[in-house]
Design a binder for this molecule. Structure first.
Ligand SMILES: [Zn+2]
Length: 249
């Protein structure tokens, strides 16, 4: 997917903050931003739900690289010794390409057909009471199965071992669907894996930064007399440059 993403302006940042304040879920915020910045090719419209999970993750990583500078910071604790790790990651280095496996597979006596997980499937699973129920919701939506007699069977009625293999295959189908980083703990040397949600990270970063927009507009306007609209429509970097120059002046 070749996309050209224009620079972020204060209008975008303020719009994003207002959207977030309305309680729009993270994937909705991602779609909002992608549409504003022209990062979607139009084929998806505004329906983030129609993206596959991998497409949504890739979109979040590309947006992150395009609109904010510097590395993406990820903090988590070592599961063995509790050491706090703070990693600086290049979002584009987390992009993975390629398909992970076949759409059809025979497991035991069952013939299974797989559909990559879509954002809509994740949202549907969000209503589940337990992780197991959530997994079954996704499997029921993304996998169709027939038994040895060629009769359709609901994935949730499959034997446990078949179900487990089906779940693993479904996750592997789209490698980008789960963004995983692997590293060693600097203190105890344990091999660690962490699952990241790039959309969540981007939304948190933008929400934190949006707070500064109003202060910058106010500071620049009071010194220069420029209109709010003129300041908000500047590319973010230029506005921040003026604001920084004011502090130094
Ligand atoms: Zn450790």
């Amino acid at each position: 997917m070749a996309i050209a993403i224009r620079a972020l302006t204060g209008e975008d940042e303020a719009g994003f903050a207002e959207e977030a304040a309305r309680g729009t879920p993270v994937l909705g915020l991602l779609a909002f931003l992608a549409d504003r910045l022209g990062a979607t090719d139009g084929s998806h419209g505004d329906a983030a739900a129609s993206l596959t999970a991998g497409e949504a993750q890739a979109l979040a990583l590309r947006l992150r690289a395009a609109v904010l500078d510097g590395p993406m910071r990820v903090a988590f604790s070592c599961t063995m010794c509790g050491e706090k790790l703070d990693l600086a990651l290049d979002p584009l280095s987390l992009l993975v390409s390629g398909e992970g496996g076949s759409r059809t597979r025979t497991i035991g006596a069952f013939r299974l057909t797989f559909q990559p997980i879509a954002v809509a499937d994740i949202l549907a699973a969000g209503a589940a009471a337990t992780p197991r129920e959530a997994a079954l919701t996704v499997l029921d939506r993304c996998v169709s199965a027939t038994d040895a007699q060629d009769a359709a069977i609901a994935p949730s009625d499959l034997p446990e071992d078949v179900l487990e293999e089906a779940a693993a295959h479904l996750l592997a189908l789209e490698p980008q669907a789960e963004t995983v980083i692997a590293c060693a703990c600097p203190t105890c040397n344990a091999a660690l894996e962490a699952v990241l949600d790039p959309a969540q990270i981007l939304a948190a970063e933008l929400s934190a930064q949006a707070r500064g927009v109003y202060a910058e507009v106010l500071a620049i306007a009071s010194r220069t007399g420029w209109s709010e609209q003129a300041i908000l429509s500047m590319p973010r970097l230029r506005r921040r440059g003026y604001a920084a120059a004011l502090v130094g002046a």
